[in-house]
Design a protein around this ligand. Structure first.
Ligand code: ATP
Ligand code: MG
Length: 177
């Protein structure tokens, strides 16, 4: 899977619509402290189905919505869209994954315009050996956590990296039926 574009509206400090094209190869994001670099990575993780507000540096999930500044009123929704090239057995295909959250109304996901469950989005990324908890996304405080992880936690990281995490999600799903 390759992410080709990231669009944000009302997400954290990105109050105005921002549209970032991600070209093949290495991409660097540079800027002064507090300009929103980590918010961009969090937008990626959030759209992939991250559900822990703490790992998004907030108290509740609505904290990802632009909270206002001295000169701008707060927003009542946040939306992030990822355009991804997904490898399928029948060839590569482009997919647009959208997550939106509204104050008081929770969040909703769409894949290519269709309403889907959070689980569908999580599975899509897990099958591509990426996702909200992928070891490919390392936040500023995660290095220490990897070093201090218990064996079971480290196994989960290796399973994510190996692309078999989706199988566990499906097994849990099957057991619950
Ligand atoms: P550093 O170089 O220090 O790591 P950074 O570029 O990673 O900085 P971020 O942590 O991404 O910066 O951005 C922090 C900024 O985002 C702060 O100014 C904070 O006020 C702002 N911010 C976070 N959440 C919201 C929100 N819900 N509404 C408005 N602004 C927000
Ligand atoms: Mg940062």
């Amino acid at each position: 899977m390759r992410i080709k574009r990231l669009r944000l509206t009302g997400f954290k400090s990105f109050v105005d619509p921002a549209d970032l094209r991600i070209e093949p190869g290495l991409t660097g994001v540079v800027g002064p402290n507090g300009c929103g670099k980590s918010n961009l990575l969090e937008a990626l993780r959030w759209t992939m189905g991250e559900n822990s507000p703490k790992s998004m540096r907030g108290a509740g999930m609505e904290d990802v919505i632009f909270a206002g500044t001295a000169t701008r009123p707060p927003r009542d929704f946040a939306e992030v869209s990822l355009l991804a090239e997904v490898d399928r057995p029948d060839g590569a295909q482009e997919s647009e994954i959208v997550r939106r959250i509204e104050r008081g109304a929770g969040s909703a996901y769409r894949i290519d315009g269709r309403d889907v469950r959070a689980k569908d989005v999580q599975l899509l990324f897990a099958d591509s050996a990426t996702g909200a908890h992928s070891p490919a996304l390392v936040s500023q405080n995660r290095i220490g956590a990897i070093i201090a992880a218990r064996p079971a936690e480290r196994r989960a990281m290796l399973e994510e990296a190996a692309g078999i995490a989706g199988l566990h999600v499906r097994r849990k799903d099957a057991e619950a039926r």
